[in-house]
Design a protein around this ligand. Structure first.
Ligand SMILES: [Zn+2]
Length: 129
């Protein structure tokens, strides 16, 4: 006599809506999502992929330390450890640096597009011709 096909062991935890979790248990009677530390890992993953963090990664690398410094300055002002005048001067200089870096990057990209246009059209002129 053969044994009936074995039902997979189900997770013994409950979902946030109060219903029993139906996912297959992988360890300790719990599914992957209910393992100890799963919630913390989920939050950490969310932070790593948040749109704010993604946007910061797109900044030119030269601007990243300036953003980090401005963030420290923000908290220094908030805690009363830096004068508003000093913070304003730093923010003004940082904005000027940011504008120059972005202008340089834009110029570089336009030159690359123009070079590609010359290759494709054979025209030596700048676009638009
Ligand atoms: Zn579960």
């Amino acid at each position: 006599m053969s044994a009936a096909p074995q039902e997979p062991v189900r997770c013994r935890a409950f979902r946030t809506d109060g219903q029993p979790c139906t996912a297959p248990a992988v360890r300790g009677g719990l599914c992957i999502g209910h393992q100890p530390g799963a919630a913390a890992a989920h939050v950490k993953g969310g932070k790593a992929t948040s749109s704010a963090n993604r946007a910061l990664k797109l900044l030119p690398s030269r601007l990243q330390p300036i953003v980090d410094t401005l963030e420290k300055v923000f908290y220094e002002v908030y805690e009363g450890n830096r004068s508003l005048k000093s913070a304003t001067a730093m923010a003004t200089v940082a904005l000027a640096i940011g504008k120059l870096v972005l202008a340089g990057e834009l110029e570089m990209r336009v030159r690359a597009i123009e070079a590609q246009m010359r290759l494709e059209t054979g025209r030596p002129d700048r676009w638009p011709a």
